[in-house]
Write a protein of this length. Structure first.
Length: 484
């Protein structure tokens, strides 16, 4: 028996070691913050399950037997997240929520260090990659995305916010709305987040007059962005007080008010379960049995052993579903809205990266050219002060990916504050669905947003250089550009 125990322990350690050595070029921080998803890394059908192995700075788990689903998975599911300026208390609030709900046994407490667990995040004291936790109220099960607030990591915020059905805007009462408060709201609106709940944090160090002033400012800002600012639930509290178990009005009772507001104000979204399944890949990790992709299912349903493919960036790789896990529970199927980890068969981790799509095999077509409508923000909205011209080239962000793109308009010039029909040519072939939102960023600033209408035939971009591409308008020719 002792010999068997030693062999099993050595085998398990080797698997854990390989799991971390073979993480793909996507940042290890993304994997470590990909949410409490476990990975079945041992062979199926063993006689006895192997005990889960806890590894520092990891949520990967090893088991041989599917966990039994608990009552949380049977509740109404909603994807929520925290947005707001850096250091306003988003991660502290996330930790406080899990601690408050852990008392009734429905949630596992996740400390601040457990959420911001990457070495660089701890060293700098800020969130860099979007982190995922889960919790359950009496009525709902929530998958919660804690978004980074620092402007250097806005692309990670876009990736995280694209998965949300609603958002918690966190505002430091002493600072009031700050630059990334504005930009996060702008991006949330562009992505399609329809419901916002506000948590005004750190009120323990603010005066009553300041509380009233910040509330007015936040409500005005929400109204200007198109939300119902006057009726949005706004809770005053201290996330730190709540995390410490303080029972004053701004401590744990404020967390209860926030959760009640989420349950009542943010409606459960209508999800598409009938279309072929699509899951944007948020992060990738290699384990001993294959490659695990992590993301939120956008539409449809899929089950174990289904045929699938990974597509994007001009590539396509056939595969099949080996194992599915939803927040450490091994399940037989996943559906739209679920945040899952999927173990793929016969798939090299080097073939997959964030931004690709896991989808039903043979259902998606890639192209590098699309039509849409784009709106350029003016200076007062944090956008451009100068017009853009036909052939404008910049980075386009959509869901979990980003690609350099060229924008061609019928008019020679588009002024800030104007919208225009546009033909978009991407540097690489991607899958973009009609109605999918996108953002355009110049350096650290979001300068435009838009919607895709339809895909066109792919065009040849000479030497893969967009500025050399010869664009022809639809009005001038039945062909758009030069076909491959």
């Amino acid at each position: 028996m002792a010999t068997l125990t030693k062999i099993t322990t050595t085998f398990t350690k080797n698997i854990v070691k390989r799991s971390f050595v073979t993480v793909t070029s996507e940042s290890r921080c993304q994997i470590l913050n990909a949410g409490p998803l476990s990975v079945h890394a041992l062979k199926e059908n063993r006689a006895k399950p192997v005990r889960a192995v806890r590894v520092a700075n990891s949520n990967l788990r090893l088991s041989t037997k599917a966990d039994e689903s608990d009552d949380k998975t049977k509740k109404e599911h909603v994807n929520i997240g925290t947005i707001g300026h850096v250091d306003h208390g988003k991660t502290t609030l996330t930790a406080a929520i899990t601690k408050y709900l852990s008392r009734n046994g429905s949630t596992v407490f996740r400390s601040y260090d457990d959420i911001d667990k990457a070495e660089e995040e701890r060293a700098r004291g800020i969130t860099i990659n979007a982190s995922h936790v889960e919790y359950a109220t009496a009525n709902r099960h929530y998958a919660h995305t804690d978004c980074p607030g620092h402007r250097d990591f806005l692309k990670n915020m876009i990736c995280g916010a694209s998965q949300m059905d609603g958002a918690i805007l966190v505002v430091d009462c002493n600072d009031g709305p700050m630059p990334q408060t504005t930009e996060h709201l702008l991006l949330a609106k562009q992505i399609g987040v329809k419901h916002i709940v506000v948590f005004v944090n750190k009120v323990d160090t603010a005066s009553e007059d300041l509380k009233e002033l910040v509330e007015l400012e936040v409500r005005d800002m929400l109204t200007n962005f198109g939300w119902a600012g006057d009726s949005v639930p706004l809770i005053h509290g201290s996330a730190l007080y709540a995390l410490e178990g303080n029972q004053s009005e701004i401590g744990e009772p404020a967390i209860k008010k926030l959760l009640d507001a989420l349950d009542t104000y943010v409606p459960a979204p209508k999800r598409d379960y009938s279309s072929p399944f699509i899951m944007p890949v948020d992060s990738v990790v290699s384990v001993s049995r294959g490659t695990v992709v992590i993301g939120t299912v956008k539409q449809g349903t899929f089950k174990k052993d289904d045929k699938a493919e990974v597509v994007g960036f001009g590539a396509s790789f056939p595969t099949s579903i080996s194992t599915i896990e939803v927040f450490r529970n091994a399940v037989m199927s996943a559906k739209a809205g679920d945040h899952v980890g999927v173990l793929l068969r016969q798939m090299k981790a080097s073939n997959v990266k964030r931004g690709m799509l896991l989808a039903a095999r043979g259902t998606l077509k890639q192209s590098n050219q699309y039509t849409g409508t784009v709106y350029f923000l003016d200076k007062s909205e944090g956008g451009r002060s100068k017009p853009v011209t036909r052939g404008y080239i910049q980075v386009l962000f959509s869901e979990t990916w980003q690609v350099t793109a060229r924008f061609d308009f019928e008019a020679d010039m588009i002024m800030p504050g104007e919208s225009a029909a546009v033909t978009i040519t991407l540097l690489k072939d991607m899958v973009i669905l009609p109605g999918q939102a996108f953002s355009v960023r110049e350096g650290m600033e979001t300068v435009a947003s838009g919607i895709i209408h339809k895909s066109l035939e792919s065009v040849f971009v000479p030497e893969r250089k967009l500025f050399k591409y010869e664009w022809k308008s639809q009005a001038a020719s039945n062909k758009t550009g030069l076909k491959k």
